[in-house]
Write a protein of this length. Structure first.
Length: 151
């Protein structure tokens, strides 16, 4: 594999000449997959996101954003979403903002419930569906500003 790690080799598939998506990541409670669509990488999660796997979600998304344009994080298959999942979303947001990567999250009911509590100001880029994100042709909202500007 020419010195690349398995995850680097798998995510290299997000390049424009890639034929296959990266390999899924799986634990006993959750599965992450990614696929390349015409306008964005779609990373999906199915199962439960908690303290045992939230960091892996952030790492999986980060590895995949290194080789793609916009990212859609599809969490509609998530049945349980703990506070560590919110921390992972915050980490993803900071990393994407730092790298200039546009991203959106499509929440499940469990994710939406926690976001109402942990993100009452709606600072994360939430979308109603994957199709809604792909169909957007208007100017996207700016990424979260990490440093406040003086007034």
């Amino acid at each position: 594999m020419s010195g690349k790690t398995h995850s680097e080799f798998a995510c290299a598939a997000f390049g424009t000449d890639a034929a296959t998506p990266p390999q899924p990541w799986e634990s006993p409670t959750v599965r992450f997959t990614a696929r390349w669509e015409s306008s964005a990488a779609v990373v999906s999660a199915h199962g439960e996101i908690d303290a045992s796997n939230a960091n892996q979600l952030a790492e999986y998304v980060q590895r995949c954003t290194a080789h793609s344009g916009p990212v859609i994080l599809d969490l509609r298959g998530v049945e349980f979403f703990g506070t560590s999942g919110f921390s992972a979303l915050h980490t993803i947001n900071v990393r994407c903002a730092g790298g200039g990567v546009q991203w959106s999250v499509v929440p499940s009911k469990a994710v939406s419930r926690l976001l109402r509590i942990c993100d009452p100001d709606n600072t994360l880029p939430i979308a109603e569906s994957v199709a809604a994100v792909r169909g957007e042709d208007r100017e996207r909202a700016p990424l979260l500003q990490l440093v406040s500007q003086s007034r």
